[in-house]
Design a protein. Structure first.
Ligand code: IVH
Length: 705
């Protein structure tokens, strides 16, 4: 009975999902849909024995951490030749006519601007979803893709092959993208540059519940499989549509060059009205027999080409140029433009990057300039309309003094920007550093925004981050826009910030090049601020992900007496200068000493060291008679290895070490499953191909090609 009801609900939800998301023809209300979904979720929770990875309930996602296994594509995912020139596109069409001796029909499709995906179906159920990766192997993102409403989990209709792959694009519609960026802005997080990056980033999210909320879409444009029962691409896509896939209805079969040109001309402007991003048109030979005749080059089919649209441009007047000084003293020229509509938004400002770029384009105030929106959020100026230049125009002379404090600007070797070196006395730098210190990912001090920090600075109450901890409510309350209540709230949230973990304090100091991730690595490696301060350049580069440039910046920062004074006052204020004690996971390695050397596939050196300590072992820096094990990775020095061999130290590979730990912890009870979560945010392990597949024979090409 219950089992039957579960099946019934799954079928009904699948059907309503399709009617809503694919056919745009819902038959029931959202409310009714939610009620059915809730009933299914409850029944499934009560009957885990009838779980199904393709149940429509997986659309809501889960908070379990996704691991992205590397999977080899059954049929390689090739790329396409592309061109920005109609002339080259015509050459392509001519070549096809020549080689096939016919007026071959071509399918013209939109080129969707997202991230490529390959879906594998077996017996009509979604088995796997894999990213393009390098074309030969990609990441298994099945759990995340299952949450995308337009990806059918089970096929409808009939005639689908027992096993096939279907390829397409995962897209983030503009509406989802705008919503996501609005949320990020509200949370003080950096904005995503464009829907393409947002789609790719979302697919790699650790939690499929997050993916489910992001509103991704999936459009399919190619089937690959052995012995597919179709004669042409258009026939294959029609079948895919009948099986429940979302297939674009914008595709047109064209017989002549003129028809292809007309398709392109139409979509070059009409695409602005589409709810998702496109960046060109793909032209493909429709007939499969002709495709086979045309064949492939080393990396792309000879029967298809992508024509890319030029980025949208607008012409407007450059009214004036401002110079912004950032917290590091870097000066950025910014253009004030006569407002102009570009790719859906009104543009008023654009970056001019630096003096060199401006000189190269010979940009002058009063010029008519071309603005373009590239992959970045901020539009840029790409050229000057010289014909429209006023007769009295003079070359622009770049500033040589800080627009804020008048200090002569300097250039550092290898840096394109000018810098104001007056760190201690230049207002935007001082305020910028304080704002950095209080930001969410640093000390996370609520109630203090840019305006308030400016107010505090201008009233002589703070000149650096450590001054914040001396503030008293009665000093704040009389300031404009504040009052007693917010004064107390601010002081309270400053007090709470002393609880922030050490790595966030380290990040908050604003040392050049020490971002959030580097701060985590430094904290994991050195454990205390005193150890970071005492470390030499050579010792600093020992930490994961710390290179010479970062090491120099750290040494420079602590060499400055003013910075050291700030640090000491922060210490007195009670900020955390020490990483939290590592939780002991087991005694599996108690009494054993290790040396870690070389590079490893699955762990960083610091991760291995942390594992050793958390399981009761000891890390030693050098090979000596006191060492029990040497865990040896790639590129380790031959002298070390030799010495270890001579001393009779056991040498372990990374896998052998993992096995040793595994054996130890199993004998020792508490499971080691917590290892991953306890570590600083490392990029998700992508896994490595198994040896059989990595060395395997060349992948087959789908029968289609
Ligand atoms: S066909 C072997 N069709 O563009 C050719 N690709 O530049 C398979 N793309 O990797 C691709 N829209 O991610 C094809 N209608 C479309 C497309 C499309 C977007 C992407 C795809 C591909 C890239 C090549």
């Amino acid at each position: 009975m219950v089992r039957q009801r579960i099946e019934e609900l799954r079928r009904a939800l699948e059907r309503h999902n399709r009617l809503y998301y694919i056919d745009n023809a819902p038959e029931i209300s959202d409310f009714e849909f939610d009620a059915l979904m809730r009933e299914l979720l409850e029944l499934e929770a009560a009957h885990p024995e009838w779980a199904d990875p393709n149940s429509p309930s997986v659309r809501v996602g889960s908070d379990l951490t996704a691991e992205f296994r590397t999977v080899r594509h059954h049929f390689p995912m090739l790329s396409l030749g592309n061109t920005y020139s109609l002339g080259e596109l015509h050459d392509f069409l001519d070549r096809i006519r020549r080689e096939t001796g016919r007026e071959a029909e071509v399918a013209c499709e939109l080129k969707f601007d997202g991230t490529a995906i390959s879906l594998t179906y077996e017996h009509g159920s979604l088995l796997r979803a894999v990213t393009r990766g390098d074309g030969t192997e990609g990441d298994d993102v099945t759990a995340n893709v299952r949450t995308i409403r337009t990806v059918p989990l089970r096929l409808q209709g009939e005639g689908w092959p027992d096993y096939f792959e279907i390829r397409g694009e995962i897209l983030m519609p503009y509406a989802s993208f705008d919503r996501l960026n609005a949320e990020r802005e509200a949370a003080g997080e950096p904005l995503l540059a464009n829907p393409r990056n947002a789609a790719a980033g979302t697919l790699k999210q650790q939690s499929s519940a997050v993916v489910a909320r992001r509103g991704l879409d999936c459009t399919l444009y190619q089937i690959a499989g052995d012995e597919l029962p179709f004669r042409s691409h258009s026939e294959a896509l029609a079948a895919a549509r009948s099986w429940g896939f979302k297939v674009s209805d914008k595709m047109r079969i064209c017989r002549t060059t003129e028809e292809v040109d007309a398709f392109i001309a139409h979509w070059d402007t009409a695409r602005r009205e589409l709810p998702f991003p496109t960046d060109g048109v793909v032209v493909k030979v429709d007939d499969f027999a002709l495709r086979r005749q045309l064949g492939f080059t080393a990396k792309a089919p000879k029967w298809a080409v992508a024509y890319k649209f030029k980025a949208e441009q607008a012409l407007t007047r450059l009214q004036s140029i401002d110079f912004q000084v950032g917290r590091t003293g870097a000066v950025t020229p910014v253009a004030n433009l006569e407002p102009v509509l570009l790719a859906g938004t009104t543009v008023r400002r654009a970056t001019l990057h630096n003096a060199e770029q401006m000189a190269q384009l010979d940009i002058r105030p009063g010029d008519c300039v071309y603005v373009e929106k590239g992959g970045e959020i901020i539009p840029k100026i790409t050229g000057v309309e010289l014909a429209a230049r006023p007769a009295d125009s003079r070359p622009f002379v770049y500033i040589d003094r800080c627009p804020e404090c008048g200090t002569p600007l300097v250039r550092y070797e290898g840096e394109a920007k000018h810098y104001c070196p007056n760190q201690g006395g230049c207002r935007p730098q001082i305020i910028g550093r304080i704002l950095h210190f209080i930001r969410r990912k640093a000390l996370d001090i609520e109630g203090l925004g840019e305006e308030t920090v400016e107010l505090l600075y201008d009233n002589g109450l703070v000149a650096n981050a450590s001054d914040l901890y001396d503030l008293r409510p009665e000093q704040l309350a009389p300031l404009p826009r504040l009052g007693e209540k917010s004064a107390e709230n601010i002081v309270r949230s400053i007090g709470r910030s002393t609880e922030a973990p050490f790595h966030r304090v380290l990040f908050g100091l604003g040392i050049r090049f020490v971002g959030e991730t580097t701060a985590k690595y430094l904290a994991a490696h050195f454990r205390t601020l005193d150890a970071v301060m005492a470390a030499s350049r050579e010792e600093l580069v020992e930490a994961d992900e710390v290179g010479e440039k970062i090491a120099d910046a750290i040494v420079d920062y602590f060499a400055d007496a003013g910075n050291r004074r700030i640090v000491e006052r922060l210490r007195t204020a009670g900020l955390r200068f020490e990483a939290e004690a590592r939780e002991q996971a087991s005694d599996a390695l108690a009494g054993k000493s290790f040396v870690i050397s070389g590079k490893f596939l699955n762990h960083s050196r610091d991760e291995l060291k942390e594992l050793i300590e958390r399981h009761g072992g000891r890390n030693l820096a050098a090979v000596s008679g006191n060492v029990d094990f040497l865990v040896a990775g790639d590129n380790m020095g031959p002298a070390k290895l030799k010495k270890a061999e001579k001393l009779g130290i056991r040498i372990l590979t990374e896998e052998e070490f993992a096995a040793l730990l595994d054996r130890g912890t199993r004998a020792d009870a508490p499971p080691a499953a917590a290892d991953r979560t306890a570590h600083p945010a490392h990029p998700a392990p992508s896994g490595k191909p198994s040896e059989e597949t990595a060395a395997g024979e060349a992948p087959r090409q789908g029968e289609l090609f």
